[in-house]
Write a protein that binds this ligand. Structure first.
Ligand code: NDP
Length: 282
């Protein structure tokens, strides 16, 4: 579709951002539905975040995604924050409405829908969550909302795992914190139905800490938030003959929820998935 005077603009704001697969996915969706809009990536340094948010408002953008490292710092620049984004403490989607900017977090439903795609029923399950950063907070809320019974959070900096466990534990969902070396020496790995890697380990290659992949049950699913077919975590799980899934599904579904908030139309999920798969192969 050609650009015109009526073309709307949506964007992702990050630092760095050139690796982002979001433009491919959203432009495929706009094209498929014949929506006169284009999605671009903006490389914005932390000192310029307030200006970038003002531009989203003043240029009447269709919508914006926010990625690392701005998901937390953006909160203070928005007009309102959804209850979910406030609970997570992070915004990954800005929804402009009548000149005001609402901050939303679509990583939470994105993670839940990605696991639904894998036929994982979360209610009552036991989960080992590796990492306690921003993405882990979205995962923890998703797990709690889905009625998981136990979450063990393992992180290099144990204080972060402890505060995550404190923030999201409930009567129904017990959360506890351990260090990464403790995760390597787990006494009862066979009881976990799902292991989620939310650390950024693997973005730059290297090996994964000594988690005893082969001691988990054969039915345990290993899910890496990083949307790449191969990461050290996934490779280790696969070489222990375990089921291993990358974060493309979460990326897809957080994008689909954002798309629906911006356009009011159902997202063409299959078109977006195909575009993502194609781009992540190239
Ligand atoms: P953060 O920077 O907030 O957190 C990073 C996490 O990785 C922390 O737990 C940190 O531990 C841990 N970590 C980093 N380096 C090391 C290391 N050398 N050894 C051990 N642990 C380490 O990042 P996010 O939570 O925002 O993102 C995490 C990952 O999730 C990224 O790879 C991102 O791409 C992915 N992601 C994917 C999404 C998707 O849609 N598929 C959505 C959002 C995120 P510590 O606390 O000790 O520093």
């Amino acid at each position: 579709m050609g650009l015109s005077g009526k073309t709307r603009v949506a964007c992702v704001i990050g630092y760095p951002v050139s690796h982002s697969l979001s433009p491919v996915m959203h432009n495929a969706a706009f094209g498929h539905l014949g929506i006169d809009a284009v999605y671009v990536a903006f490389h914005v340094a932390p000192k310029s975040v307030a200006t970038a948010v003002a531009a989203v408002r003043d240029l009447a953008l269709l919508g914006a995604n926010i990625t690392v490292p701005h998901k937390e710092s953006i909160l203070s620049h928005l007009d309102s924050i959804s209850a979910r984004a406030r609970r997570v403490g992070a915004v990954n989607t800005i929804v402009p409405r009548r000149g005001k900017l609402l901050g939303e977090n679509t990583d939470v439903p994105g993670f839940q829908r990605a696991l639904e795609d894998e036929d994982v029923e979360l209610a009552g399950r036991r989960v080992l969550l590796l990492g306690a950063g921003g993405a882990a907070r979205a995962v923890a809320l998703a797990l709690r909302d889905a009625g998981v019974s136990r979450v063990v959070i393992a992180n290099r900096t144990i204080n972060r795992a402890q505060s995550l466990a404190r923030d999201f534990s409930s009567k129904r969902t017990r959360m506890e914190a351990i260090s990464l070396p403790e995760a390597a020496a787990l006494g009862d790995p066979e009881q976990f139905d799902l292991v989620v890697n939310s650390t950024s380990l693997g973005l730059t290659g290297g090996s994964f800490p000594d988690v005893p992949f082969e001691r988990f049950s054969e039915s345990t699913l290993f899910y890496d938030l990083i949307p790449r077919r191969s990461t050290p975590f996934l490779e280790a799980a696969r070489s222990a003959q375990r089921r291993a899934v990358d974060g493309l599904g979460m990326l897809l579904h957080q994008g689909a929820v954002a798309f629906e908030l911006w356009t009011g139309q159902p997202a063409p999920v299959d078109v977006m998935r195909r575009a993502l798969r194609q781009a992540s192969r190239s």
